[in-house]
Design a protein around this ligand. Structure first.
Ligand SMILES: NC(=O)C1=CN([C@@H]2O[C@H](COP(=O)(O)OP(=O)(O)OC[C@H]3O[C@@H](n4cnc5c(N)ncnc54)[C@H](O)[C@@H]3O)[C@@H](O)[C@H]2O)[C@H](O)CC1
Ligand code: K
Length: 525
């Protein structure tokens, strides 16, 4: 075991390892508090941090192209960071102007303000004076923001948001709640945000994304021992890294194996109304590498599926007059399947089939109308009666139907997903621009990257098929259910990102997405 603070670990893995942590404002304060208590002078840390910020700014915004820099200075250490950055940019030849609306500053910030004034740098108390700058640095507030922005400060932020020049926020866009990402009154709409030390929870909150712009982590060397002392050896909240996802995928196989050892998935999907959902889920299940794929669809769809998926075992089920599956074959031997993925395109009329699936002791991924049927059956009692693992993959609308009280009570989707998982005993994947995967044991994983290109019909069916196939394999390989789920979510998003990069965000329909699943893994194979 390599000690996390050893040179070897720091040299080889720190840049990846540090990316997996996610902290609240309180946790960040405790971690930094340990560093100061151990003797690190606050001023020294501020100099180090601001030096890293300055280097980043200079690398992206050269003095020749962005000679005039406006710096927004707040009353605390976020403002202190900004003042040190302003000083260093001034020394490097930039023309710097400060907007410093506060008279009461923290001591260290006040010292920097005093020194910077002695250098003759322009200090303004009206934001208009910075309007002609080429670049804005936002150092009003960081993780110390405790209340909504009001009055002149709020007005200044709103004015900056009307400007067109790039805005680089230090630690967080000023005005965002560090933990929930909520806008407190108003908030800077940054083009770039430099998160300091460890990712704050806000960066994984959907409601904050419009304010973050392009976000980067500035690692300033917080000792891993201090991080784990506060967060625990296995933090309750983790940000999915490529390494975590890849190690959870069944990319390697034993030399001697056979198809049934590579998992057998039963996909229960489709209706006359939504035939395509069954095809999409089937094709993405096949892309997962699962050894055997069985697909249960209404009898009238059987030939369609066979034509699309000759390598799957397709069974036709009795259907009602709406073209929904009426029931699964009586003689279906459920124990043959290592996992079941149910719900894509089934319509609410397929309640008897969903109940048949939930009544069996097989790991189940439940999606789409399968979730709506579960909500109508009463979520908690139905799930509590199950003996095998359940994975729910709702988007926010489906989540509100499944867990109305939780959705109502919380403006923090990460917390809502965690509570839903703990209440229901299911693994809950709450879809969104930032997806949360929550375990019944309280742990949650956050997918930090996705693309708006995935906001299209059918991409959910692709995720369900992929996840079902990985679940059937993971069950045989002893992979934790949560690892299967977060690696599926990561893989699905990476395929979307690759497709959007090559085809623009307009060019990623669900069928195309499936074709990018394997290419998305190539950089890691
Ligand atoms: N801890 C350190 O030495 C380091 C911190 N880093 C940077 O400092 C900030 C956190 O600094 P802090 O002083 O705790 O808080 P802020 O600067 O974020 O907040 C400023 C200050 O503002 C007051 N305040 C809160 N809400 C409002 C409001 N709505 N209106 C007016 N004033 C408000 C509150 O009293 C705060 O004290 C962190 O983000 C980093 O940027 C260094 O990078 C590392 C060392
Ligand atoms: K800021």
């Amino acid at each position: 075991m390599i000690h996390p603070d050893s040179k070897q670990f720091l040299g080889l893995n720190r840049s990846q390892s540090i990316q997996r942590f996610v902290v609240t404002a309180e946790q960040m304060s405790h971690i930094e508090g340990r560093v100061f208590a151990a003797g690190m002078p606050v001023a020294a840390l501020m100099e180090k941090v601001a030096g890293l910020i300055t280097a980043w700014v200079r690398s992206r915004f050269s003095v020749s192209q962005f000679p005039r820099v406006g710096v927004l200075v707040g009353p605390g250490h976020n403002g202190g960071d900004a003042l040190v950055v302003a000083r260093e940019l001034h020394v490097s030849g930039y023309e710097v102007k400060l907007y410093q609306p506060f008279s009461q500053l923290k001591d260290l910030t006040a010292s920097h303000a005093q020194y910077i004034a002695s250098l003759g740098i322009s200090v303004q108390d009206q934001i208009e004076a910075l309007a002609s700058c080429d670049l804005v640095i936002d150092g009003l507030f960081g993780f110390g923001l405790t209340r909504s922005l009001e009055g002149a400060i709020a007005a200044a932020v709103d004015q900056v948001n009307q400007w067109s020049q790039p805005v680089v926020s230090i630690d967080l866009p000023s005005g965002l709640h560090t933990d929930t990402g909520a806008v407190l009154g108003t908030a800077i709409q940054a083009t770039h945000t430099l998160c300091l030390g460890l990712w704050k929870r806000a960066f994984l909150q959907e409601q904050a994304l419009a304010y973050m712009g392009e976000s980067h982590l500035i690692d300033f060397g917080l000792p891993l021992a201090d991080i784990t002392a506060v967060l625990g050896e296995t933090p309750k909240l983790q940000r999915i890294t490529p390494a975590m996802a890849i190690e959870s995928l069944p990319l390697s196989r034993p030399a001697t194996t056979h198809k049934y050892k590579q998992g057998h998935l039963l996909l229960v999907c489709g209706s006359r109304q939504y035939m395509g959902a069954a095809v999409l889920a089937g094709l993405s299940a096949r892309a997962s590498g699962v050894g055997m794929l069985s697909i249960a669809v209404p009898e009238s769809m059987r030939l369609l599926l066979i034509a699309q998926l000759p390598d799957a075992l397709v069974m036709g089920c009795s259907e009602d007059d709406t073209g929904a599956m009426a029931q699964l074959p009586e003689d279906l031997e459920m124990e043959k399947y290592n996992a079941i993925a149910c719900g894509c395109g089934v319509t609410p009329a397929a309640s008897p089939v969903v109940q048949q699936v939930l009544a069996r002791d097989r790991p189940v991924v439940l999606d789409a109308d399968g979730l709506n049927i579960l909500a109508n059956l009463a979520t908690l009692p139905t799930l509590k009666a199950r003996t095998a693992p359940t994975i729910l993959t709702p988007h926010w609308g489906e989540f509100k139907r499944l867990f109305p009280e939780l959705a109502e009570a919380s403006d923090d989707r990460i917390t809502a997903a965690q509570q839903a998982a703990q209440q229901s005993g299911a693994v809950v994947l709450l879809k969104g621009a930032r997806t949360t995967i929550a375990s019944p044991n309280g742990t949650a994983w956050l997918n930090p990257e996705s693309t708006p290109a995935l906001a299209r019909g059918g991409t959910g069916d692709v995720l369900t098929g992929l996840m079902g196939g990985l679940l059937a394999q993971g069950v045989l390989r002893g992979t934790a259910i949560e690892q299967v789920v977060f690696s599926a979510a990561w893989w699905h998003a990476q395929a979307g990102i690759m497709a959007a990069t090559e085809r623009s965000e307009l060019g990623v329909d669900a069928s195309t997405l499936i074709h990018y699943l394997i290419p998305a893994l190539q950089p890691y194979c």
